[in-house]
Design a protein around this ligand. Structure first.
Ligand code: ADP
Length: 463
């Protein structure tokens, strides 16, 4: 068993606060890093210690491995928690943490590397018998290869960057005449976002569900599933709202997904918390999409239905302890829903709306959890993702979870920046969402409906 007394939180915002809370509940000490923009952040105020790591742009602070390692030495920590985003899935960072003598609270560097490359993980999973999205197993080599592979896969198809994330470098192609241009666009975006121009093709699954399984694995070889999250409410391939359990799955598909997720994790000898993402089609065929080798933004949804604190389990696993429960003890109760509350402008194509929060009142009461790094007077900086909070509600039934969320959204008061709160109220009233059988097309369908209702042609909506 390894000793962990003090942990460096190598992140900012709500996730830094989330991790600091778990550390305190375990009676351990926390140190957090911060940039110029985050001098007065909630995370800095809540941590036992805080270490300056550089100017506001992330590339000069939260992405600077050297500065974070220096902070870890200065703080004299035993371990580093990367949170999500920034360096959380960077194998060079994980290795730097380890080679400097600290414990990395996450999986092996090898697992991060393998799962970080979409193409490599696809072929490893396929070889292990995990069903993957139909498509190519190699990158596009040249023009001729591109057209031949596309004809073989069939349209519509999706071009994807092997280094992808956040929906970047991804382009849907409906017909052969769009292919060459879409490839150029995907390649450029992939290069500017991830420094790679390796692009491959997948069959575009029509009207899919994005459903993912949360897993936890200890160093003693036990891997468990904490159940699934339905993440099909998306805009531009990015999640907006998540819920657990998925109202679309039946018992058989649910246990099949959990089994496949555990098999996927075991294939790469995965240790710590991870998420196996799937595309599920209308006939409930399940296809492996990718694995995220870190704490997931929407982990709180799973925590609400299972009662398991995933961050505390991550720390226990990193100490070499066995999981504090067995698969039989994982009981999912009721429904939890999460809305990602962003500082963004619904009237301007949901563009970020950074600024100073002048007034702030988060909702509370029974079954409501608000994970946030924001308070009245704090700045939502244009340097980072403009996430204000993750608002999660729980109900004994899906209906109760939804009514609580509606009530919580009404209580939320945020002044000084524009937010997407009112948009979530619309989603929660939408018939397709309420039916429980909604797909990743929901947001686009809503846009088309409201455009039709306003009798404005869809092309004039500017989306
Ligand atoms: P990223 O890593 O950039 O987030 P993912 O591979 O996780 O990309 O996919 C993001 C989203 O894109 C999915 O949740 C889904 O909505 C859509 N998507 C991805 N692959 C497919 C596919 N083959 N067919 C249909 N939709 C897809």
């Amino acid at each position: 068993m390894k000793q962990i007394k003090k942990i460096l939180v190598a992140n900012r915002g709500e996730v830094a606060v989330r991790i600091i809370r778990a550390i305190r509940e375990m009676d351990l000490k926390s140190a957090v890093v911060y940039s110029d923009a985050d001098r007065d952040s909630l995370a800095v105020q809540l941590a036992d210690e805080a270490y300056y790591i550089g100017p506001s742009p992330a590339r000069d602070s939260y992405l600077k491995i050297k500065n974070i390692i220096e902070a870890a030495h200065l703080a004299g920590v035993d371990a580093v928690h990367p949170g999500y985003g920034f360096l959380a899935e960077n194998p060079v960072f994980a290795e730097a943490v380890r080679s400097n003598g600290f414990i990395f609270i996450g999986p092996s560097t090898e697992a991060i590397k393998t799962m970080g490359c979409k193409l490599l993980s696809r072929s490893i999973m396929e070889r292990a018998g995990v069903p993957v999205v139909p498509g190519a197993m190699a990158a596009i080599k040249d023009r001729e290869d591109m057209f031949a592979t596309a004809r073989h896969i069939g349209y519509p198809l999706l071009l994807k960057s092997s280094g992808g994330g956040g929906g970047k470098g991804m382009r849907k192609v409906d017909s052969e005449k769009e292919l060459a241009r879409a490839y150029e666009l995907a390649r450029n975006e992939s290069f500017s976002s991830f420094g790679t121009n390796t692009i491959y093709m997948e069959k575009y699954i029509k009207n899919p569900h994005h459903i993912e399984v949360q897993i936890l694995a200890d160093m003693l070889g036990t891997t468990v599933s904490l159940g699934e999250r339905e993440c099909s409410v998306q805009r531009r391939y990015q999640k907006l709202l998540e819920e657990s359990p998925s109202p679309f799955l039946d018992h058989e598909t649910r246990s099949r997904l959990a089994k496949i997720a555990i098999m996927a994790a075991k294939t790469v000898h995965y240790v710590n918390a991870g998420t196996v993402e799937f595309i599920v089609d209308e006939n409930r065929n399940c296809y492996f999409l990718e694995m995220n080798t870190r704490l997931q933004v929407e982990h709180a949804v799973t925590e609400m239905v299972t009662g398991i604190d995933i961050v505390k389990e991550q720390i226990r696993i990193a100490r070499g302890e066995p999981l504090s429960f067995t698969q039989d003890h994982v009981l999912s109760q009721g429904t939890a829903i999460e809305c990602r509350i962003y500082a963004e402008d619904p009237d301007n194509n949901f563009m970020p709306s950074p600024g100073t929060v002048l007034g702030y009142h988060a909702p509370g009461g029974s079954g409501v959890r608000s994970d946030s790094g924001v308070f009245a007077g704090s700045d939502i900086s244009f340097h980072y993702d403009p996430l204000i909070s993750k608002l999660v509600t729980w109900g004994r039934t899906r209906d109760e979870g939804i009514s609580r969320m509606k009530r919580a959204l009404l209580e939320y008061k945020i002044e000084g920046v524009k937010t997407n709160i009112a948009y979530f109220s619309k989603i929660l009233e939408n018939g397709e969402f309420l039916s429980g059988n909604y797909t990743t097309s929901l947001v686009e369908n809503m846009r088309l409906e409201s455009a039709a209702a306003a009798a404005i042609p869809a092309y004039a909506q500017g989306d």
